[in-house]
Design a protein around this ligand. Structure first.
Ligand SMILES: [Zn+2]
Length: 423
């Protein structure tokens, strides 16, 4: 054995388990593993989980907050306009540098797989070149999957489709889209058809920004499900955001969810961003804007929570912390039951891994030895505390470590040390 992690709690509720690792793979998970290893790490009853996965991010824009100015209205549309101002001034080196800095944050947070959209509407395709370079540079520690994203609209921007095809030819993995930003509902639907047919022909996955608005009549998700079903693309298509579903008529949603399920379309909600950008035209009551997460899950649809933005034209906060993302999702969706909270943890681990099609992901014998030791006893406690990532392991090697949260109290008569956990 190369490495044994002793006395781990697992996300499925098993406790006092040892995890044995050889040649970068998990080879044993059992009580009191009767073997010795080159290195042994004591988990001390802490939670050992597979790494966090973020299936929706924008790495070409990240850490550009304030360039060239901040988003005053806080709306999606001002964010897109601001990104349009920033784009001509971008350099490949600056994009690479910011992306690499974000990847360092990600590793320290135990986030070891990211699907990033890349804007392909700049004819120079600088961001595509930059993120393909980053993908190679971080490959040893992060699985970075890239989506060709026509930010300015596939049909609305004259060169977008040609650029998208160039980006795919250069090595971008997934076909993106933004139907709600096209000039008309009809153009939006046409963009979905064109993109799905292109992806089907190339054997690629699809992940579109879809219905990212408060408009209850924005129904491109129906078109996306229709083409996924028609083209036999079940399991390869994802609708990101789907915020209009928050505002849709309940009867219509009762028809829509089974169609999504039949078409094998997954959903990604981005709680930090959805609750920040949506409802901006409301007075009160003010809509939350996040899609119907528990209802989608109950319908048997794969649902993940994404970070989406970190310090960019759309969002001034964010730090690659998927526990923060899940914590917000839990609150916005009111998923406070025990099973519902477990599902929120699943939505930043197993669910996005499945959506991305990651091979060898998980906490089973035979999977990659990609593991976290969290400063928490179980997934719910990890969410409550946004637990420190005590140890981040990839292919059996320790990538990052941090100390447990601990306060030294100076209150007489009370315990001197506090770790925020029930004893
Ligand atoms: Zn996005």
């Amino acid at each position: 054995m190369d490495l044994i992690i002793r006395n781990a709690n697992l996300p499925d509720g098993r406790s006092a388990m040892d995890v044995g690792i050889l040649d970068g793979r998990i080879v044993a998970i059992e009580h009191a593993l009767p073997l010795q290893a080159h290195t042994e790490i004591k988990a001390n009853g802490n939670l050992v989980s597979p790494p966090f996965v973020d299936a929706h991010f924008h790495m070409d824009a990240t850490l550009s907050y304030g360039l060239p100015r901040v988003n005053q209205s806080g709306t999606l549309l001002e964010g897109i306009a601001l990104w349009g101002e920033l784009k001509p001034t971008l350099t490949q080196d600056a994009i690479v540098e910011r992306a690499l800095q974000y990847c360092d944050w990600a590793v320290a947070r135990g986030l070891l797989a990211i699907r990033s959209h890349v804007d392909i509407c700049d004819d120079r395709l600088l961001a595509v070149e930059a993120l393909l370079q980053v993908k190679q540079q971080v490959a040893a520690y992060i699985d970075l999957q890239l989506v060709a994203f026509p930010q300015d609209g596939l049909l609305r921007s004259a060169s977008a489709f040609a650029n998208l095809k160039r980006a795919i030819a250069m090595g971008i993995d997934v076909v993106g889209g933004i139907p709600h930003f096209e000039r008309s509902m009809a153009d939006g639907a046409e963009s979905v058809r064109l993109l799905c047919e292109f992806a089907a022909e190339k054997g690629l996955q699809v992940d579109m920004h879809c219905d990212e608005s408060d408009d209850p009549m924005s129904r491109h998700i129906e078109t996306l499900a229709y083409h996924s079903h028609r083209l036999g693309m079940q399991g390869r298509v994802t609708g990101s955001h789907l915020t209009s579903m928050h505002s849709m008529d309940n009867y219509y949603v009762s028809k829509l969810l089974p169609l999504m399920r039949e078409a094998g379309v997954a959903a990604i909600a981005n709680p930090l961003i959805n609750i920040t950008l949506q409802g901006r035209h409301d007075s009160y009551p003010k809509r939350r804007g996040m899609t119907r997460v528990p209802e989608l899950m109950a319908a048997g649809i794969d649902v993940a929570f994404g970070q989406d933005c970190a310090m960019d034209p759309w969002y001034s906060l964010g730090s690659a912390d998927m526990l923060e993302v899940a914590h917000m999702g839990l609150h916005v969706a009111q998923m406070t039951g025990q099973e519902a909270m477990q599902a929120c943890f699943h939505a930043v681990t197993e669910a996005p891994a499945k959506i991305m099609g990651l091979q060898g992901y998980g906490l089973q014998v035979g999977c990659h030895a990609d593991l976290l030791i969290l400063d928490a006893g179980n997934p719910v406690e990890a969410l409550r505390l946004r637990a420190a990532r005590l140890c981040v392991i990839r292919r059996g090697k320790v990538l990052s470590q941090m100390p447990a949260a601990q306060a030294q109290l100076h209150i007489s008569g009370r315990p001197a040390q506090l770790n925020f956990r029930l004893v």
